[in-house]
Design a binder for this molecule. Structure first.
Ligand SMILES: Cc1ncc(COP(=O)(O)O)c(C=O)c1O
Length: 405
């Protein structure tokens, strides 16, 4: 984009104060907000389901007038309704919808310049590690991977050039819980940003911006989409100073969500509360079944009162989510166990209606070097389950028969 366009953009967003926080939709409780979205019923036609606007260019009524839309890479009505709904759900000022979680995280990194140092949770999605290290490491950014659930370790990792702390909480797959409020306070004291990947709990169970975080990022492919059929990603900001940079990144790079996938995500959000409650219920049943099982060494589930982060979770979330990781006693039992599963699907994702089992060392976390993986406990005995919405009795029966060898 040339200088004059940047100036125009800065002019355009200068007076943009984010979503209208006095809207009716914001007076409702979370479950209702999810069903009705930001705008609710469309005024012109009375459509209850948000219209899908497929147009790429938008006509300007006259030389001096605009509808607010010009070209779909910059913004389009269906995407905007989704973005406003996500901003509302996270308690943010503005959100942007991307074509994947990785596209959102990649846009986020562009806030930083060569020489900047970013502290990252050492237990995190392997693709995020790969993006930071392999791609952005080449552009002069430095990343340190530490256990952000320990404030002491985190404080020791700070440097004068630290510009942000990027946390996954609960972390994926070891389920470490980081105290978001404590990290945000620490970051504010050293002028660094707190960025939270909120994929695993969604805004239905956790709202990091309310706890002092500056930016929330999502793989919307997971719980927000929720049916294993849409890829999407989101950035949500708390503060006006990020409006201009993220408008510039999205309109310049164009890794934006299509109108159809925006609509499908809006449709999915209507059932987020139902899905998350059911997935949580199923996860709790699975964790309770696995914990005492003779073939299981350890279970990592944040809803377990024995989990070290249980107290923090009770304070900072309204639920424990649908993810469980566990060690089999013997790594040689991983293959027969997976091969014996009949209902639970051996596949690489999470957050959808179908219960999935993942083998992190081979799948989601294959990009992380072995020594770093082993140091955080992602080893050959570790398996991860994303609970779906099936009847829990069928899930337990399947686990029972698959472990019975
Ligand atoms: C916690 C977390 N963040 C980000 C991503 C990346 O999202 P996507 O696959 O939508 O690009 C994933 C993907 O598994 C994830 O689990």
């Amino acid at each position: 984009m040339d200088e004059s366009n940047l100036e125009k953009l800065a002019e355009l967003v200068k007076d943009f104060n984010g979503i209208d926080k006095t809207r009716n939709s914001l007076t409702y409780r979370p479950g209702t907000r999810l069903v009705r979205g930001y705008s609710g019923v469309e005024k012109e036609t009375g459509a209850i389901s948000a219209p899908i606007h497929m147009s790429v260019p938008y006509v300007h009524p006259s030389f001096d007038e605009s509808t607010g839309f010009g070209y779909a890479r910059y913004g389009s009505p269906t995407r905007l309704e989704l973005e406003n709904t996500i901003a509302m759900l996270e308690g943010g000022l503005k959100a942007w919808a991307f074509s994947s979680g990785m596209a959102a995280i990649s846009a986020l990194v562009k806030l930083f310049v060569p020489g900047d140092h970013i502290i990252v949770s050492d237990d995190l999605y392997g693709g995020t590690y790969r993006l930071f290290t392999t791609i952005y490491g080449k552009y002069g950014l430095e990343f340190s991977y530490v256990d952000t659930s320990s404030l002491e370790i985190l404080t020791k990792a700070l440097r004068p050039e630290t510009k942000a702390v990027f946390i996954e909480t609960p972390s994926n797959p070891m389920m470490h819980v980081t105290d978001i409020r404590a990290v945000a306070e620490l970051c504010k004291s050293v002028n660094a940003l707190t960025i939270v990947d909120n994929t695993l709990l969604s805004p239905y169970f956790q709202r990091p911006l309310d706890l002092g975080a500056d930016i929330v990022v999502h793989s919307g492919t997971k719980y927000l989409g929720g049916h294993n059929d849409i890829m999407s990603g989101f950035i949500v900001i708390a503060d006006k100073r990020f409006i201009e940079p993220f408008f510039t990144f999205t309109m310049s790079e164009g890794a934006v969500l299509s109108p159809f996938d925006s609509w499908l995500t809006l449709r999915s959000l209507k059932t987020l509360a139902l899905r998350m409650e059911k997935q949580q219920e199923n996860a709790a049943a699975i964790a309770a079944f696995l914990k005492p099982h003779r073939k299981i060494d350890r279970v990592f589930y944040i809803g377990d009162p024995d989990h070290p982060g249980y107290g923090i979770s009770r304070r900072q979330t309204t639920g424990f989510g649908g993810m469980i990781s566990f060690y089999l006693k013997d790594k040689d039992q991983v293959r027969p166990f997976i091969n014996r599963l009949k209902l639970i699907l051996f596949a690489e994702s999470l957050g959808g209606t179908e219960t999935l089992l993942t083998y992190p060392v081979l799948q989601t976390h294959g990009a992380i070097p072995e020594d770093l993986r082993n140091a955080v406990g992602v080893n050959e005995k570790l398996l991860r389950i994303s609970a779906g919405v099936e009847d829990p009795a069928d899930l337990l029966e399947d686990l029972d028969q698959a472990l019975n060898f």
